[in-house]
Unconditional design. Sequence first.
Length: 385
Amino acid sequence: MNIVESTLFYESWLADQTDLQNKRLEKKHALMASGPFPFLRATFYRWIQRWRKECADLHGRDEDALVAVGDLHVENFGIWRDSRNRLVWGINDFDEACQLPFTFDLVRLTTSIILAAEAVEIEAPIDKVTELLVAGYEDGLKAAGAPILLENGDCQELLALVSTVNVPPASFWTKKLNDDDNPEMTAKELPRGLEDVFRPAFPRGSTPAYRRERKPGGLGSLGRRRYMAVLKHGDDQYIAREAKALVPSALSWLEMRPAAMSLTATILQRAVRSPDPWLQVHDRWLVRQLAPDAFKIELPASKEDSRLVFAPNLLRAMGFETANVHLGSGSPNDLQTAMDRLRRDLGGDWLATATGRMEKVTHKDHLAWMKYWKRHSHKSENNES
């Protein structure tokens, strides 16, 4: 099955799970053609298909299975305020959570770093990247997990990294709410039950404004329905929530088994860290807060980006946070034993080797998709004319 067949097959399955927005899917397809890194972000279904063949030596280790992030990549990290108002940094996207070997997340994360660096012509040797990620992962195991709190004395560099991309509240809300082409909806126009999902986030008796979310950031879920509820709360202050349709992991599609419920709620409950109290699963909706201090952290855009000075510590922190999530399904000793067993069986460069394989096939699939998309878009233009 090639990448085009996989995409058509997967999206047909996905349409049976939730309502899809065809215009958004077209946008997603175009972005998939724009480069290997956005292609990786948008095609978890293809990655997991490729993984089974290219990394069979890792996939077949049933004893290493746990509830994994699945669609883990370098732009799935961000910040939030926990229930004690502490600023926390960590993984903030669990849409594809499923049962997989712990190595899956590490290989996907490493490959994403290599492809993202390549996109902006930043040097990122595989052996150095894997060394830092594994060191951070094992630090997390030794600590038996711990939240990464940005405002304590040990995380000043990460806090500085966040400060370089922090958006002033006024600018944040202007960008988020300035959407004249997207009129407000009534509660009756929302999907059934969604008003009840939104209601607990707002003061009793208040009436938030509802809209379809027109500016979603994630590529993997592009095409699924999203809705936003916003209430002005004082001078230049807002309470806002986004609800995104939640579907089973692409693993269910690949294994052609009855679609199980998403494991997103399970992984959120189990992870060893200080959770975002506003990131919640309600039936088939994933609800999150929209706020100036709750956002993902995008990668450096060029060689001149000042945030590059934090790269080594950032990679170690990514490894540490991945351990935080995995420890929700396994003990530190068991995971460390599994790491030691991998080194014994496959050598100390197992992660670099697997990353190299997956990087190669991702490039190959992207090239095939790009050729297909150019033909497809050219035909569409001719038909329109």
